[in-house]
Design a protein around this ligand. Structure first.
Ligand code: AMP
Ligand code: GLY
Length: 420
């Protein structure tokens, strides 16, 4: 079987590694891939926005399955486009991807189906938004409707901050804005819940808690994710059944009512308050770095899981997990999430102690003449698996210290809320 993975992050490197470990894979491609994927797949330099070139490559090389990692091509309809040429694709179609692509689509669906989420209002212009804010309590949450790579969400502590957010959104900071979403601020602790579905069967795909802010103590700017751990310390059988019955099942049923079939991973970003889940957002893909943290625990064949999903036979797939905990720390280029230098060599990678329980996935890297260079903000992901988070942290941080990359930094407190 030939598989092509679309994307270039740590998530896609970890997907490639799991696929490579699956049986019956004759060729693996990554479009465009990174330094890490070039070691086990063929990297193909095609812009992931160029659907036609991707389609031509898939057809010419007789590829059996395309796996789409990031949200942008999903939201832009790459699945629909490729399926139109008879290509099998793992990842939701354009209509289903509105769950991530339009926060307003998701909020309206929650309202209709009584799915627990923050109370909200939708406003079409600056004047109406500001007059609503004048009678609101603070903090309050203001969101642009479109995907904005983790940005476009403001937590405003007073009217001045809120008006600034409204102005930035309607002035086009995140693209043309016809609407803004204003939400009640939810208190509690966040966790992420993952499932995989073929539109008929739903199977759990792990839980995690991530650290989005750049600095220790969860302070500073928002990032794509500085690290995470799995499972979430909050998960219990009771909470799991609430998440499935109050949030996941009603969402997929509501899509079906609109004749939308969901195929792929679904990632629910939740706030847990007093043991009850509230939906903050959906992502129509695995998280990054959650994917890198969860996939090394998978015992079953990822290729088989993907093929059974696209063939609507997920009920027949075996999804077994190692009984272990895992944690990931992201090594970033100095300056991230603002400007950082590119093309800086990363030495010492060969000195790391790596095995099935201690892994490194590449994100923003390239390899040239056997040398690895950083070309992105998030550069490498360090993961360890064990029964105990304290041992995991010791192993992860010991590898980061061994690498001793002077041009980068990482948070030293990932998983600080875990006990053992
Ligand atoms: P989103 O892109 O919708 O996930 O929002 C980014 C982050 O903003 C979330 O991970 C939360 O930390 C925070 N956030 C979003 N909505 C709310 C809310 N209604 N109440 C509290 N925090 C929120
Ligand atoms: N780590 C958060 C995300 O992938 O959206």
């Amino acid at each position: 079987m030939k598989i092509a993975v679309i994307g270039s992050g740590g998530r896609e490197h970890s997907i490639c590694v799991s696929l490579k470990n699956s049986k019956d894979i004759s060729e693996l491609y990554c479009i465009p891939g990174n330094g890490g994927t070039s070691l086990l797949a063929k990297n193909i330099e095609i812009d992931i926005g160029d659907f036609e070139k991707i389609k031509n490559f898939i057809i010419e090389n007789k590829i059996d399955l395309v796996v789409i990692g990031p949200e942008k091509p999903l939201v832009d309809g790459l699945t629909d486009y490729l399926e139109g040429f008879g290509i099998k694709v793992f990842g939701p179609n354009k209509k289903a991807s509105q769950l991530e692509g339009s926060k307003i689509f998701t909020k309206k669906l929650c309202q209709k189906e009584n799915i627990p989420t923050a109370k909200f209002g939708i406003f079409k212009n600056k004047e109406d938004s500001i007059s609503y804010l004048k009678s609101s309590e603070f903090p309050i949450v203001i969101k642009a409707d479109n995907i904005a790579a983790g940005k476009g969400v403001y937590i405003s502590n007073n009217i001045t901050e809120a008006v600034n957010a409204i102005n930035e959104i309607f002035d086009g900071k995140f693209g043309v804005a016809n609407n803004v979403l204003i939400e009640e601020f939810l208190e509690g602790e966040e966790m992420s819940f993952f499932i995989i579905t073929d539109g008929i069967t739903i199977k759990e795909f792990g839980t995690a808690q991530d650290h989005k802010r750049v600095s220790e103590g969860d302070k500073g700017k928002n990032t794509g994710g500085m690290g995470c751990y799995s499972p979430s310390r909050l998960i219990s059988d009771d909470l799991k059944s609430k998440i499935l019955n109050q949030i996941i099942h009603p969402t997929l049923k509501a899509l079906k009512k609109q004749s939308i079939t969901y195929n792929g991973f679904l990632y629910a970003g939740l706030m847990i308050k007093d043991g009850n889940p509230y939906l903050i957002e959906y992502n129509v893909r695995m998280g990054d770095p959650e994917c890198q943290t969860i996939l090394p625990k998978l015992k079953s064949s990822l290729a088989e899981i993907f093929f059974s999903t696209v063939n609507q036979k997920l009920n027949e797939a075996n999804i077994e997990w190692k009984d272990k905990k895992s944690l990931c720390v992201v090594l970033c280029s100095n300056g991230y999430p603002d400007d950082y230098k590119k093309n800086i060599e990363i030495e010492n990678l060969e000195q790391l102690k790596l095995d099935n329980n201690n892994l490194v996935f590449h994100a923003g890297t390239k390899i040239e003449n056997y040398k690895t260079y950083a070309i992105g903000g998030r550069v490498l992901n360090f993961i360890s698996l064990d029964d105990n988070f304290n041992i995991i942290k010791k192993n992860v941080y010991s590898n980061l210290e061994k690498l001793n990359w002077k041009n980068g930094f990482y948070r030293k407190d990932i998983g600080y809320k875990t006990q053992d």
